[in-house]
Design a protein around this ligand. Structure first.
Ligand SMILES: *Cc1c(COP(=O)(O)O)cnc(C)c1O
Length: 344
């Protein structure tokens, strides 16, 4: 890709002047375990329903901005009012909308690195100061420091499971309460918002649909800054088909869960070769391997396996993130890692 020339960069808004185009570090390979996608895809019994829904959608009409029927179905599923749901062009658009609505100079974001990279990016794009509360040993969030920092912030993002480390954020970090989900607190806290995506469990990363559950007031603030037609009729139709057939996605989700523990055990077995794997509640594992960047290159070039390289991220030195794929894909990545680390 052509870079940003100095002449053009001089015209870019100051908060974006240092940015470069996003690079997903994708290369064509046989085994893709790099982006936490669902390698099972749409369940075979849902695929024709989804195709029909997309075909029959009103392509010539603008979409319903807030996703009429999709919104209603999401609300019914989560037991909230439709006014508490807002859909977006992937979770990423909604995250950006949070910064458009609530960020900016004097509206600090609190974030817990290492975590998902887009929070800092979006914050900087709209001049939002960032207060970082780094994770402690084994990536545990420092809840006391977080609560302290949150007092002066407008936005606090806690990721659960965290990406790329895989651990759940403790519910007691949101309110002093044991457990891991916080959705039942939505009715209680006007300022709590929960972001979901269709990209992982629902295997629709290519469609770009996500949603936020929050109070009607927060949803209205997000609706005020969004691009009205950002979720196409095609995406709405696809997501609606997925939600109304959500039970059909369970077998693949269960298979991924099971294989997460199998993959984790296999990687744990490579400890004598210097491999460390952290527990994960997500569809990926964070692993530390000696010379991670070189290992990442060799997985790609010699074994046609793509994982994600986090080795240059502070706090994630020598770490790779491996998406849990199908059993045969997970076997391949373990075999390849073993061979590379044994110096074969
Ligand atoms: C996947 C993911 C998202 C959202 O992805 P979209 O494809 O934009 O919906 C957001 N946050 C985290 C932590 C994720 O892992």
């Amino acid at each position: 890709m052509t870079g940003i020339t100095p002449e053009v960069r001089a015209l870019v808004r100051p908060s974006a002047a240092a940015l470069e185009p996003y690079d997903p570090a994708f290369s064509p390979v046989e085994v893709i375990l790099s982006a936490n996608e669902n390698n099972y895809g749409i369940p075979p019994e849902v695929a024709p329903v989804l195709a029909k829904a997309v075909t029959e959608a009103a392509w010539n009409r603008y979409p319903v901005p807030l996703g009429g029927e999709l919104r209603n179905q999401l609300a019914a599923w989560h037991g909230v009012a439709p006014e508490q749901v807002i859909v977006g062009n992937g979770g990423d658009e909604l995250l950006f909308n949070f910064f458009l609505a609530f960020g900016g100079a004097g509206h600090a974001l609190v974030s817990c690195p290492p975590t998902f990279s887009v929070y800092g990016l979006y914050a900087s794009m709209v001049e939002t100061p960032v207060v970082e509360v780094p994770r402690e040993k084994d990536f545990a969030p420092n809840v006391d420091a977080l609560i302290e920092a949150a007092r002066t912030a407008t936005l606090v993002v806690v990721t659960s499971p965290n990406n790329p480390t895989g651990d759940l954020f403790p519910r007691e970090g949101v309110r002093r309460d044991p457990g891991s989900t916080v959705e039942d607190m939505l009715g209680e806290y006007q300022n709590l918002a929960v972001l979901h995506t269709f990209s992982k469990a629902f295997a629709l990363a290519g469609a770009r649909v996500g949603y936020v559950l929050a109070s009607p007031a927060v949803v209205a603030a997000l609706a005020a800054v969004r691009q009205p037609y950002s979720v196409s009729v095609l995406d709405q139709a696809a997501a609606l088909a997925a939600v109304t057939h959500r039970d059909a996605f369970q077998p693949a989700i269960q298979a991924i869960r099971q294989d997460r523990s199998r993959l984790s055990n296999m990687l744990g077995g490579l400890a004598p070769l210097g491999v460390r794997v952290w527990p994960s509640q997500a569809n990926f594992l964070c692993v530390r391997v000696p010379h991670a960047h070189e290992v990442w290159c060799r997985l790609r070039d010699e074994h046609s396996i793509l994982v994600r390289d986090f080795s240059s991220t502070p706090g994630l030195e020598d770490c790779l993130r491996i998406t849990v794929g199908k059993p045969e894909e997970n076997d391949l990545v373990v075999a390849a890692l073993t061979s590379i680390l044994k110096g074969e």
